[in-house]
Design a binder for this molecule. Structure first.
Ligand code: 13P
Length: 250
């Protein structure tokens, strides 16, 4: 019912030239994947060139962040209308942005509304820290992040949104959440909270990814969980073996 979505978050990696060389290497193989949506999220300065290199393909392009205002005196920021010629997606509220760049739930909510207004699909990231996990606070914390991110977003926009559950302790650590745990938190906490907010039918339409040390070797285990609809992939999206990962998901 929900089409899987695999997105590569390149983070602060690859120059524009490296980005184009890389997508040229993988685009043919990725474009043959029919059963999933595939998205690459390069750094801002590579978006134009990557979008151009992927023009004749079904592969989507996403940004890694965005401001909620349309324009103005926000030095260093990028507006939604600057992204829409090149991107269909935008990652919002990644834990690295929350941790290192003081991004707040309120800011993520404003950005999500702005993305939806401009026809961009937000990939809204949520996830608990190791301390919260060990203290048994995962459900309440992640549920709170979902509520805050979707505050004021009307029901008709929910199905167009993607949520990525990325436990912070699993990001870049090689210590992935077990598929069963990820599936349970995504089903009960993330989708469960969306069901409380919008009803079960609407919640069933939202695609929810797992993120955190996903590899070509473990992707199938996550995809076997009924509530997991794909992955937000960091390190393993920077290499040509990302193709194997995507193929392993479908
Ligand atoms: P890794 O796949 O490198 O653990 O990163 C996950 C992530 O943060 C994707 O947004």
């Amino acid at each position: 019912m929900r089409k899987p979505i695999l997105a590569g978050n390149w983070k602060m990696n690859k120059t524009a030239a490296e980005a184009v060389a890389f997508v040229r290497e993988i685009r043919f193989a990725l474009n043959q994947v029919e059963a999933a949506d595939v998205v690459v999220c390069p750094p801002f300065v590579a978006l134009v060139a990557v979008a151009e290199a992927l023009q004749a393909t079904k592969i989507g392009v996403g940004a890694q962040n965005m401001h909620w205002q349309e324009n103005g005196a926000y030095t260093g920021e990028i507006a939604p209308t600057m992204l829409t010629p090149y991107c269909q997606y935008v990652i919002l509220g990644h834990s690295e942005r929350r941790a290192y760049f003081a991004e707040t739930d309120d800011g993520v909510n404003r950005k999500a509304k702005a993305a939806l207004k401009h026809g961009l699909t937000p990939i809204i990231c949520v996830g608990e820290s190791l301390e919260q996990n060990e203290a048994g606070e995962t459900h309440s914390f992640v549920s709170g992040q979902v509520r805050a991110a979707f505050a004021g977003i009307p029901a008709e926009d929910v199905a167009r949104s993607v949520v990525a559950y990325e436990p912070i302790w699993a990001i870049g650590t090689g210590k992935s959440a077990s598929a069963a745990d990820a599936g349970r938190i995504i089903g009960l906490t993330v989708r469960g909270t969306l069901a409380e907010l919008y009803g079960e039918a609407a919640a069933q339409q939202v695609r929810i990814q797992y993120g955190g040390s996903v590899t070509p070797e473990n992707i199938a285990e996550y995809m076997a969980q009924p509530d997991i609809d794909g992955a937000l992939v960091g390190g393993a999206s920077l290499k040509a073996t990302f193709v194997e990962l995507v193929k392993g998901a479908v």
